[in-house]
Ligand binder design. Sequence first.
Ligand code: NDP
Length: 323
Amino acid sequence: MTSEHVKCLIIGSGPAGYTAAIYASRANMNPVMYQGPQPGGQLTITNDVENFPGYPDGVNGPQMMQDLENQARRFGSDIRYGMVTAVEFSDHPGRDRPHRAIVDDSHEITADSIIISTGASAKWLGLPSEMRLNGRGVSACAVCDGFFFRGQDVAIVGAGDTAAEEASYLANLCRKVYMLVRRDEMRASKFMQQRVKSAHNIEILYNTETAEVLGDDEVSGLRIRNTITGEESVLGVTGFFVAIGHKPNTDIFRDYLDMDENGYILTEKGSTRTNIPGVFACGDAQDNVYRQAITAAGTGCMAALDAERYLVTVEMQEQQLVH
Ligand code: NDP
């Protein structure tokens, strides 16, 4: 196994990771980033990003991630393709006990500071038709893509707070929103349920599952099934939103970092500090509320600033010990 030591290791790409890289490289922290299995993260499966400030005409998701990567490289970030497969965080990090990460089971990195920006992955139903039409009428983000379905009929699957919130969001834009609930009740909070039920253009279809997303190049409808009778029917919609939850990509940190019950990393209020000194978390890996590119970028900036301040403090403490 090869080995190297770095000042700042960034795990995961996306708006949070690239922003952290831009700030860290400009602060002379010589960051090394491993991009993970999907370089650029969730935005690389979004076509048009129209809500990121600074792009008056919108921007293509993959292009935006490429721009961020180029910007980080311009300041010297060492951005590498590869996946961190294991970590070992030190309780009392210092020169003699740095944090460790293993890349692709073959390369060891020790680091003075680590920024986690591994993001989250939307959960999907797992239908082949859903994958085929992803980005062409199938979306896992109403706030990102709802605008493209203004005045149209859409469906959203899910019955939790996210689905309820996104259904309400879509109801303000679309002519009709069908909410597909697989059981005879919703999981969402009473308040959110009330909001959905009182919207004039949301129709809740209970005991309903999605059998197939229809359409050749774009979504043209859904084949739905009643889970009790097995009866199938076709729903004429042009947009299909999946809101059955997200899973933060944080499994490899589970033994070291405090997390909530869903695996989101807990950070100190108003900062990106985790329970381990020198380890910082930003973006969707620690945010189950906002989950936007702009908020991820904001926390990426915070993580780099927090890491820089941490490194300065540690260096000063070590110098005091020497003298
Ligand atoms: P949840 O896990 O709470 O809900 C997921 C929903 O998707 C459930 O209703 C579930 O159905 C349904 N589902 C799962 N798999 C399938 C499937 N294969 N087919 C059909 N339906 C399926 O996820 P959320 O993202 O909604 O929420 C995550 C957390 O974030 C929660 O704690 C929530 O309260 C919180 N949150 C809070 C918000 C707020 O306070 N404003 C906003 C958004 C989220 P079933 O019920 O049958 O299991």
